[in-house]
Design a protein around this ligand. Structure first.
Ligand code: SD4
Length: 291
């Protein structure tokens, strides 16, 4: 029997998984764990793919996408929100305090301010400099494994066997204004079914959206596949398309089932998962398709 609880997250994020573990140890829920876990990355000025210090869109605006899902199948998301450091906490409030599941742009920010969040400039000097350097050529292309700690997706299963998930990102660097990725879209960036398991995605969101990857993984697990088999199949749906140009982009998935088994797989090498289980916090390199 696999020992619970388990926390897993995309990329090398030991501080985030440690926080989630600590929240679980204090007797709180999987939902609290994933929210507070990913907030570590949102606040980290060294993570330029999430929250504060995220790389901006091509016009220099930091725009954030996040979502959260609980064991009851409830969901909350913010899309294209600016000036608020913790989009995941706003997403949770959308889930718990509104009759809606998604708030976007100005409306999301307005709701955040009304809920007591503070507006602040999220563009750091470093991210601004990187953007200015990029502007010289203004060449838009997705970067594989941008810096090895990227969008954070986190899944947790607590000692009661209840599952929750969270996903938060500043999206692709230098994206077009208005662009929204997979990360805040239910079934694509994240999906939880407390009877079966959960999945979360990272990488080129457009490809995850086109294949509804996280929902697919959970449904495959429902049909009896292991989390690993389900992640492999979801990557297969992307790379096996007739006109797939998968050589140019990365997608990675992680998944967990009700028993606490985990899976993780990506298109290219370089993807990893951080797992906290049995008191051990480990970064594990993912197997991958393009060998
Ligand atoms: C997006 N999936 O906005 C996100 C970006 C990401 O690793 O995950 N980067 O498309």
């Amino acid at each position: 029997k696999i020992s619970l609880p388990v926390v897993v997250a995309t990329w090398n994020v030991p501080n985030a998984t440690a926080k989630a573990w600590e929240v679980l140890q204090s007797g709180k829920s999987a939902l609290d764990a994933v929210e507070h876990g990913v907030m570590i990355e949102e606040a980290d000025p060294n993570n330029q793919s999430v929250g504060y210090a995220g790389l901006p869109d091509r016009d220099g605006h930091v725009t954030l996408d996040a979502c959260i899902m609980n064991k009851d199948g409830d969901y909350g998301a913010v899309l294209y929100m600016q000036d608020i450091k913790h989009p995941i906490a706003v997403a949770r409030k959308v889930m718990e305090d509104t009759p809606h599941v998604i708030l976007a742009g100005e409306g999301a920010k307005q709701f955040a301010l009304e809920s007591g969040f503070k507006a602040e400039d999220l563009l750091t000097e470093k991210s601004k400099k990187d953007w200015e350097a990029w502007k010289v050529k203004s060449e838009y292309k997705p970067i594989i494994n941008i810096e090895n700690h990227d969008t954070i997706g986190m899944l947790a299963i607590d000692s009661n066997g209840d599952i929750a998930g969270a996903c938060t990102t500043s999206g692709l660097a230098y994206k077009m204004a208005g662009r929204v990725g997979d990360s805040p879209i239910i079934g694509s960036g994240l999906f939880i079914d407390n009877e079966i398991g959960g999945a979360v995605a990272t990488g080129l969101g457009e490809e995850v959206l086109k294949t509804v990857g996280s929902f697919l993984i959970v449904e495959l697990m429902r049909q009896g596949r292991s989390p690993q088999e389900a992640c492999v199949e979801a990557i297969g749906r992307i790379v096996n398309k007739k006109a797939s140009n998968y050589k140019d982009f990365q997608v990675g998935y992680i998944a967990i089932n009700k028993q606490g088994e985990v899976g993780y797989y990506s298109i290219h090498s370089g993807f990893s998962m951080t797992q906290f289980q049995d008191g051990k916090n480990e970064n594990l390199a993912a197997d991958y398709f393009n060998k």
